[in-house]
Design a protein around this ligand. Structure first.
Ligand SMILES: CC(C)(COP(=O)(O)OP(=O)(O)OC[C@H]1O[C@@H](n2cnc3c(N)ncnc32)[C@H](O)[C@@H]1OP(=O)(O)O)[C@@H](O)C(=O)NCCC(=O)NCCS
Length: 214
């Protein structure tokens, strides 16, 4: 199975999902620390980037900041009086400049034989409940379908109702338990698995969720 290299970006009005890049690593580590404070060792995102069987996505948010006043630039230039006034007017407007590199969440998938195994998903605490986890999961499913995986699987804590609901929404069901799976507190893990993801029943549901359906 060859992992799909091209990831079409998925967008909502405020967020975009795209593949993880080297420059994103410090922010993804920051998010991981925030949402999994007991995780040790932290994920080596640099190693994940080099792993041919791994694929990580990030969700970014455009942040709007005020651009620096161009007055200084104008005063020190040799431009004419018209340009000077135009620039003073521009500087007085608070112009929004898009910075697409603020990362608000990530999701990681390992490809093993015919299976896409979701190994991690996290959204910054202050951004939870705004549909970002949903967007990331849609992106991971898209990628798994393109890669030719047969099923999606993952482990989740029984106590993590938010995550369990998210996975159920995307058609995963609870198939078994791994006893004392989590090393920090020995909590069991629920194993959740999808129906075959290349089948029309699954892709129809996925496309409907992408269009915003339930
Ligand atoms: C789990 C997590 C990724 C969900 O991301 P999110 O951006 O908050 O989720 P969304 O806003 O996209 O919601 C998607 C779905 O999750 C479920 N969900 C989200 N918040 C919920 C809540 N407070 N209670 C119950 N279910 C909830 C719902 O099914 C929701 O779909 P709906 O809006 O149609 O009801 C996020 O809460 C997180 O990062 N948690 C900490 C890390 C973690 O536990 N990761 C999972 C490890 S297995």
């Amino acid at each position: 199975m060859a992992i799909a290299t091209h990831q079409d970006s998925l967008d909502t009005a405020s967020f975009t999902v795209r593949s993880l890049a080297k420059d994103d690593v410090h922010q993804t580590l920051e998010i991981e620390k925030e949402v999994f404070p007991n995780l040790f060792p932290p994920t080596s995102f640099h190693r994940e980037l080099k792993n041919p069987n791994s694929h990580f996505l990030v969700a970014t948010r455009n942040v709007f900041t005020k651009r620096k006043s161009p007055i200084h630039e104008v005063e020190t230039s040799q431009r004419g009086i018209l340009h000077h006034f135009l620039n003073v007017i521009r500087s007085r407007r608070s112009r929004a400049v898009s910075n697409p590199e603020h990362i608000v969440g990530f999701i990681g998938t390992w490809y093993m034989v015919d299976e896409a195994h979701i190994v991690s998903i996290g959204v910054r605490n202050e951004y939870q409940g705004q549909g970002i986890g949903n967007l990331l999961f849609l992106g991971a499913i898209d990628h798994a379908i393109k890669t030719g995986a047969e099923t999606i699987t993952l482990e989740v804590r029984p106590s993590n109702l938010k995550a369990r609901n998210l996975y159920k929404k995307h058609g995963l069901s609870e198939r078994g338990v791994r006893k004392s799976y989590y090393s920090d507190d020995r909590e069991d893990a629920i194993i959740m698995t999808s129906e075959p993801i290349q089948m029309p029943e699954f892709t129809r549901r996925h496309q409907s969720l992408k269009r915003g359906g339930d």
